[in-house]
Design a protein around this ligand. Structure first.
Ligand SMILES: Cc1ncc(COP(=O)(O)O)c(C=O)c1O
Length: 474
C-alpha cells in the first residue's frame, strides 16, 4: 500500500497509517469544527452535533475560560496527591458535592472515564474489606453497556469492542451480566410502566440470586446508556428499585454518568431526572467525565456518598493506591471554571429547553419516515433508531451498515453526529468478522447550542433519514 506522504500518520489511532480528515481548529461560537484534507489542504466547516464524543459542554472554544490558562498554569505546582493536596481539587470537589445536595461527600479526580471505572471497582472491594467482609469481589452490570476501554472497565462493559480481548479480561464469574435495558423493544404492548419496571427488577434480582449474593461487591449501570445502545431512558422506579436491591444484598450501587451526566440530560445529575431518576438521594458511587472539563482538559472522576466515606473513615481512613495525575491541580482548576460557568449561565436549563425542542422536532418531522423507528433520550442526549419495518421493528441487514451510512449522509450535509451499528446486539466470529445488529444515530451538542443550531442539526438528520429511506426501501 502506498500512502501519500502528506497523508501518512505517526499516531497509533483509528486507521493507523493514514491521517484522514484532520481537525485544525474551531470556528464562530465554538460550535463548528474546521476539518482539513491533508492531501489537498481543502477545508470543510461542520456543525458539531455530538460535541466530540458528548464532551464539549461549552463548545470547542470559550475565551472566557481559555484566556485564563496561563494564569492558572502559573499558579499550579504539580504535587503527588498521596503526599500533598491542592486547593483547586478541594474547591472543585466542594462545588460539585454542594450541587448534589448532600448525596456526596467526597470526590476522586481522574483523567478519563475508564480510569474512574477502574478506581470504582477497587473502591468497592476496599469498602467491603474495611467492613471486614472479604467475600465480595463480583461486579454486576448490564449487557450492551459501556464503562470504558481499560481491562476492568471493558470487563464490566459489553459490546462489539469486547470479544477480541475476552481472554485477558476479568472472568464472567467476576462480572455477571443482567439483560440490556431496552424499552423500545422490551417494553411489550399491554405492559404498564410499573409492569416493565417490575420485569427489569426481577431480572436484576435473578442475577443476584444466581451469582451468590454474598459475593456481590456492587452493581454498575449507566443512568442513560450511550453510544452502544443510543440513549434509552429507564422506566420510573427502576433506579430506586435497583438501589434497594443492592442494599438488600449488601452490595454498593453505582451509576455511570460519564456520558449522560452533569447536565447532558437536562439536570445537574441525571439520576435527578424527574421522569426516571432516584426519588431520594443518590447512588453510593457516581462516575462522571467528558463534559466536566468541556474537552479543554482531560478530567473525569468519582463521587462517593457519605455512607461510603464513613466506612473508609471509620476503617483505615485511606484509599489504597494513588495515580500520578489524580487530583491534578491545573485540570481541576479548569474543570471548576467550566462548571461554575455552566451554573452561572443556567446552561443546564438551556440543555433542557433546546434539547426538548430538538426531540419534538425530530419526532414531528420523522413521524412519516418509514425507517425512523424510535426517537429517544433526555436533555440534548438524543438518538434515533433506524429500522427496516416500523411495525415489526425488524432491523436492517447488518451488511448495509445503516448507522455508519446515516452518519456519512449527515456529515455530508455539514453536521457531525454519531451513527453506529450494534444497537440490538452483536455476534463475534473473529477479529474482522463481527456482525452488529441494529442501527442508531446519536447527538449531544454543546450545552450552549441555540435553537438555530438545533434547526441545522434537525434538518440534516431528517433529510438524511428520508434519503436513506428512499435508497433502502425504494
Ligand atoms: C458511560 C461511559 N462510561 C465510561 C466511559 C469511558 O470514558 P473515557 O473514554 O473517558 O475513558 C465512556 C466513554 O465513552 C462512557 O460513555
Amino acid at each position: 500500500m502506498t500512502i501519500d506522504t502528506k497523508h501518512k500518520s505517526y499516531v497509533f489511532q483509528k486507521k493507523i497509517a493514514e491521517k484522514g480528515l484532520m481537525c485544525v481548529g474551531s470556528k464562530n461560537d465554538g460550535m463548528y469544527l474546521v476539518l482539513e484534507d491533508p492531501t489537498t489542504g481543502e477545508q470543510k466547516t461542520v456543525l458539531d452535533g455530538i460535541s466530540g464524543a458528548a464532551v464539549c459542554s461549552l463548545g470547542h472554544n470559550d475565551p472566557e475560560i481559555t484566556s485564563q490558562f496561563t494564569k492558572w498554569a502559573e499558579e499550579s505546582a504539580y504535587t503527588f496527591g498521596a503526599y500533598y493536596g491542592n486547593n483547586a481539587a478541594e474547591e472543585l470537589s466542594k462545588f460539585m458535592c454542594d450541587r448534589s445536595k448532600g448525596a456526596f461527600d467526597s470526590c476522586l479526580w481522574t483523567q478519563s472515564g475508564s480510569e474512574a471505572t477502574e478506581n470504582a471497582i477497587k473502591i468497592m472491594r476496599q469498602y467491603h474489606l474495611e467492613r471486614g467482609d472479604d467475600k465480595r469481589y463480583k461486579i454486576i452490570s448490564r449487557l450492551q453497556s459501556y464503562h470504558g476501554f481499560t481491562i476492568g472497565a471493558l470487563s464490566v462493559g459489553d459490546g462489539t469492542r469486547k470479544p477480541p480481548f475476552k481472554k485477558i479480561l476479568l472472568s464472567d464469574d467476576q462480572t455477571p451480566k443482567m439483560p440490556q435495558l431496552y424499552p423500545y423493544r422490551d417494553w411489550k404492548e399491554g405492559m404498564t410502566e410499573e409492569d416493565y419496571t417490575k420485569h427489569l427488577l426481577e431480572q436484576a434480582e435473578k442475577c443476584f440470586v444466581e451469582n451468590d449474593p454474598e459475593t456481590i461487591s456492587g452493581v454498575i449501570v449507566e443512568t442513560v446508556g450511550g453510544s452502544t445502545v443510543g440513549t434509552p431512558t429507564p422506566p420510573k422506579g427502576y433506579l430506586d428499585g435497583l438501589r434497594a436491591l443492592c442494599h438488600k444484598y449488601g452490595a454498593l450501587f453505582m451509576l455511570d454518568e460519564v456520558m449522560c451526566g452533569l447536565g447532558r440530560c437536562g439536570y445537574d445529575f441525571t439520576y435527578m431526572h424527574p421522569d426516571f431518576g432516584l426519588t431520594t438521594g443518590g447512588p453510593d458511587i457516581l462516575s462522571v467525565g467528558k463534559t466536566i472539563g468541556s474537552g479543554f482538559v482531560t478530567l473525569a472522576g468519582l463521587f462517593l456518598s457519605p455512607n461510603v466515606c464513613k466506612v473508609f473513615n471509620e476503617g483505615s481512613g485511606y484509599i489504597l493506591g494513588a495515580q500520578t495525575y489524580h487530583s491534578h491541580a491545573f485540570t481541576c482548576r479548569v474543570g471548576l471554571a467550566v462548571q461554575q460557568k455552566i451554573v452561572r449561565d443556567n446552561l443546564v436549563e438551556n440543555v433542557r429547553v433546546v434539547g426538548g425542542y430538538i426531540k419534538e422536532q425530530l419526532k414531528e418531522k420523522l413521524k412519516d419516515c418509514k425507517i425512523a423507528g424510535d426517537v429517544r433520550g433526555a436533555g440534548n442526549f438524543l438518538s434515533i433508531e433506524a429500522v427496516k419495518d416500523k411495525v415489526t421493528k425488524e432491523y436492517f441487514d447488518p451488511k448495509l451498515a445503516v448507522g455508519p451510512n446515516l452518519h456519512k449522509r449527515i456529515f455530508d450535509k455539514g453536521v457531525v453526529v454519531m451513527g453506529a451499528s450494534g444497537t440490538v446486539g452483536y455476534e463475534y466470529h473473529g477479529l474482522n468478522d463481527v456482525t452488529a445488529f441494529g442501527d442508531h444515530v446519536m447527538i449531544g451538542p454543546a450545552f450552549t447550542a441555540t435553537k438555530d443550531h438545533a434547526d441545522i442539526i434537525v434538518n440534516a438528520i431528517v433529510d438524511a433519514f428520508y434519503e436513506a429511506e428512499k435508497d433502502l426501501l425504494g
